[in-house]
Design a protein around this ligand. Structure first.
Ligand code: SF4
Length: 112
């Protein structure tokens, strides 16, 4: 990790810690998320032995790209930087995965 990124990471961590202390000691809710995980789809194209996803008889409805964009925009107003993890099922089979990951920003990871 580059020194500037390391310093930025340390400052963000200190800020989160301070916000949590304020909430615990004074009760002001200024705590902000540093990380969110979105289940883009419950569907999966693998059949891992230990997993229940591919055995599901019915999957939850998938949220539209417009709704994901609105949710991500709202979250970025609340907390920025924000690490976003797309998961599932297999998030890359969500029909508009590349568009949603482009919109989310540079700190995106998937589970597989
Ligand atoms: S959701 Fe993950 S663990 Fe489950 S079958 Fe798919 S790849 Fe495997």
């Amino acid at each position: 990790m580059q020194p500037s990124r390391l310093v930025a990471h340390a400052i963000a961590r200190l800020e989160r810690s301070a916000r949590e202390k304020v909430f615990r000691h004074i009760g002001w809710d200024i705590v902000r998320p540093a990380y969110v995980q979105f289940v883009l789809t419950e569907r999966c194209n693998y059949k891992c032995e230990y997993c229940s996803h591919w055995r599901m008889e019915q999957y939850a409805d998938e949220i539209s790209l417009a709704d994901w964009k609105a949710a991500i925009a709202d979250l970025k107003k609340l907390a920025n930087p924000l690490a976003i993890d797309f998961t599932g099922g297999e998030p890359t089979i969500y029909p508009e995965f590349s568009k949603s990951s482009n919109f989310a920003g540079p700190r995106v990871s998937t589970g597989s």
